[in-house]
Design a protein. Structure first.
Length: 523
C-alpha cells in the first residue's frame, strides 16, 4: 500500500536506503511536512509505527474537486471596488492547485502573452499540464479572466471577467481527467508553490478540492502542508465542500467540511446563490455548501461565503466536463462557446482568491493572518435566519443559518479594500465546545488569536437561533453561546447525528476531488 510517513526529523539517505532494502519503494520526498511517500508491504506498517522518529502514517488518500453560475461580481461588490480602486491583481501570483489550466484568450495580457507564467503536472504518469477535466480552467477564469472573449462585441450580453483580471497564474495540476488525485500529489504541489514563491511572487494558493476528515488537522498531512504554505507567507484559500445536503449521518449537513478546509489557519469558503439582482439582500446560502463544525477538532467553519452557484467562466473545450455536460456551455448569439457554467464551493473559492489578490496588490505588506482577519471583519452580515432553496430536480432544502453555515458573513470586496485595520495576532478559526451540563455549544477564544480584544467580527452573545445577527458588533467572550439546548437542528430523532459531530465516530474513505456538483446548481 502507498502511505505518507511524517517524521519528527527528516531521515537521512542511509536510513531511507535501509527501509528500501526491507521492501519500501520511495515515491517522493515532501520536505515541507518532513514526510516521504512510499509504497510498503503491510508487514512493514508495524515497524513504522514503532519507529520513534515516525510522527504519523496515513494512506495516500484520493482527493477530488468541489464544483457542483450568475453575476457574482455585483454580489460581492467587486464592481464597486473596480470603479473605486486601481487594483486588478497586477504583479500578484496565484497558484491554482487543480486539474490544470487550458490556454484561453481571457488569460492573456494586453500584449497577447499568456499570464499562466508557470505550469507543472503532479499527476502520476501524465506530464501534461493541460486541463483534461475542465475544472481548473473555470477556476482560473473566476480569479483572473479578462472577459476579452465576451461582451456585446462577441455576442454575449455581458462581460464574464474574473475578480482580479491581471493576476499571474501558476498552474499546478494535481487532478486527472476524472477530477481525482491523491494527497501526496496535492502536498507536492503545495511544496512547489512554496519553492516558487519568490520567483513568481506567489501570494495566494487557491484550492477548490478536498476529501473527508479522518483525523485531527494536527496530524493530517494535507493540513500540515497548507499550514507550511501559510507560515511561508502565502494566503491559502480552500473550498468548504458540497455536502450541505448530506444527512446520511443524521447531521443535516453539519460537520461536513472537507480537508484542508478543516484547518484553522486557512480561509475556508462556503457558497451562496445570487438572484441576478443589484442587491445581495435576496441572496442565500447554497444548500449544498458544507457546514461546520469540523469533525474531530470542532472548529468554526466556513470562515466566510461567496457566490458559487451557476457561475459563468472559461470553458476547456474537449475536457471531460465539457464533453459530459454540453448543456452547461454558454454560447454567444452566434459562433463558438468560450464559456461554461458550474456550481459549487469550488467556484466560490476562486472569487475569494481573486479578492485576496486585489488586497495584496493594494498592500503587499499584509500577512496571511491580516488578510483573513480583514476579510472576515468586513464580510456582510445581513443574512436571514431561515431560507429554502430548490435544486434542478425540484427537491426543496431548508437552511437554518448560523456561524457553521456562513461563518463571518458574505465576502465584500469593496469593504475589504476600504478597510485599513491591521490585525496584530494570528487569525486561527475558533473552536466550538459542547457543554453537556446545559446543552449549549460555545465559542472558545484564547489570548493568542486575533478575535479577542476590540475585534468586531464575533458577537458577544452570538445566540444562533435568536433574533440578532450571529456576527454582531461586539467582542467574543470565552463562552459566547452559539447553540442553545432548544436548538432545532438535531431534532428528537437525531441523536446519531449529534454524536457524529460531538462524539467519536468512524468514517470511511472517499476520494480527494474537486468540490463541484454535476447538476446545474439551484434556484
Amino acid at each position: 500500500m502507498t502511505v505518507i510517513v511524517q517524521f519528527r526529523q527528516m531521515p537521512d539517505t542511509t536510513t531511507l536506503a535501509g527501509m528500501q532494502s526491507r521492501g519500501a519503494a520511495m515515491r517522493n520526498r515532501l520536505h515541507s511536512i518532513r514526510a516521504v511517500t512510499m509504497r510498503v508491504p503491510v508487514s512493514m506498517l508495524a515497524e513504522l509505527e514503532s519507529n520513534p522518529n515516525v510522527a504519523y502514517v496515513t494512506p495516500d488518500r484520493p482527493v477530488s474537486l468541489t464544483a457542483t453560475n450568475e453575476d457574482y461580481t455585483t454580489a460581492v461588490e467587486a464592481d464597486v471596488a473596480a470603479a473605486q480602486f486601481a487594483q486588478d491583481g497586477t504583479g500578484v501570483g496565484v497558484a491554482i492547485i487543480d486539474s490544470g489550466v487550458a490556454d484561453h484568450p481571457d488569460l492573456h495580457n494586453a500584449a497577447g502573452a499568456s499570464r499562466v507564467v508557470y505550469s507543472q503536472s503532479f499527476v502520476a504518469g501524465d506530464s501534461s499540464t493541460a486541463d483534461r477535466y475542465g475544472h481548473g480552467t473555470h477556476v482560473a477564469g473566476l480569479i483572473g479572466g479578462t472577459g476579452a472573449s465576451s461582451g456585446p462585441a462577441h455576442g454575449y450580453p455581458v462581460t464574464f471577467a474574473g475578480v482580479a483580471p491581471n493576476v499571474n497564474i501558476i498552474n499546478l495540476r494535481v487532478l486527472d481527467q476524472n477530477g481525482s488525485g491523491t494527497d501526496s500529489q496535492v502536498i507536492a504541489a503545495i511544496q512547489q508553490a512554496i519553492a516558487l514563491k519568490s520567483t513568481y511572487n506567489i501570494r495566494v494558493i487557491s484550492m477548490s478540492l478536498g476529501r473527508p476528515v479522518f483525523e485531527s488537522y494536527t496530524l493530517d498531512p494535507v493540513d500540515q502542508a497548507v499550514e507550511a504554505a501559510w507560515q511561508a507567507g502565502i494566503v491559502v484559500v480552500v473550498a468548504a465542500g458540497n455536502n450541505g445536503r448530506d444527512n446520511s449521518m443524521g447531521t443535516h449537513g453539519f460537520a461536513t467540511i472537507g480537508v484542508p478546509g478543516n484547518d484553522p489557519a486557512v480561509i475556508t469558503v462556503g457558497a451562496t446563490r445570487t438572484k441576478d439582482t443589484a442587491t445581495r439582500v435576496d441572496d442565500a446560502i447554497a444548500s449544498y455548501s458544507s457546514k461546520g463544525p469540523t469533525l474531530v477538532d470542532h472548529l468554526v467553519k466556513p470562515d466566510l461565503v461567496a457566490p458559487g452557484n451557476r457561475l459563468v467562466s472559461l470553458r476547456a473545450a474537449g475536457s471531460t466536463l465539457d464533453t459530459n455536460y454540453p448543456q452547461f456551455k454558454v454560447a454567444p448569439a452566434s459562433g463558438w462557446a468560450k464559456y461554461f457554467r458550474l456550481s459549487g464551493t469550488s467556484m466560490a473559492t476562486p472569487v475569494v482568491s481573486g479578492a485576496v489578490a486585489l488586497m495584496l496588490q493594494q498592500n503587499p505588506a499584509l500577512t496571511p493572518d491580516q488578510v483573513k482577519a480583514r476579510l472576515m471583519k468586513t464580510a456582510w452580515k445581513g443574512f436571514n435566519q431561515y431560507v429554502s432553496s430548490v435544486d434542478d430536480l425540484g427537491n426543496t432544502y431548508s437552511n437554518q443559518y448560523d456561524i457553521f453555515t456562513y461563518g463571518a458573513g458574505y465576502l465584500d470586496v469593496d469593504a475589504a479594500l476600504n478597510n485599513t485595520d491591521l490585525a496584530t495576532g494570528i487569525a486561527l478559526s475558533p473552536t466550538a465546545v459542547y457543554n453537556a451540563s446545559n446543552g449549549t455549544v460555545s465559542l472558545v477564544n484564547t489570548n493568542s488569536v486575533v478575535w479577542g480584544g476590540a475585534s468586531v467580527v464575533w458577537g458577544a452573545t452570538s445566540v444562533v437561533w435568536g433574533n440578532s445577527v450571529v456576527w454582531g458588533s461586539n467582542t467574543i467572550t470565552s463562552n459566547s453561546v452559539v447553540w442553545g439546548s432548544t436548538s432545532v437542528v438535531w431534532g428528537a430523532t437525531s441523536v446519531s447525528g449529534f454524536s457524529v459531530v460531538w462524539g467519536a465516530t468512524s468514517i470511511t474513505a472517499t476520494p480527494m476531488a474537486a468540490f463541484s456538483d454535476s447538476d446545474d446548481g439551484e434556484d
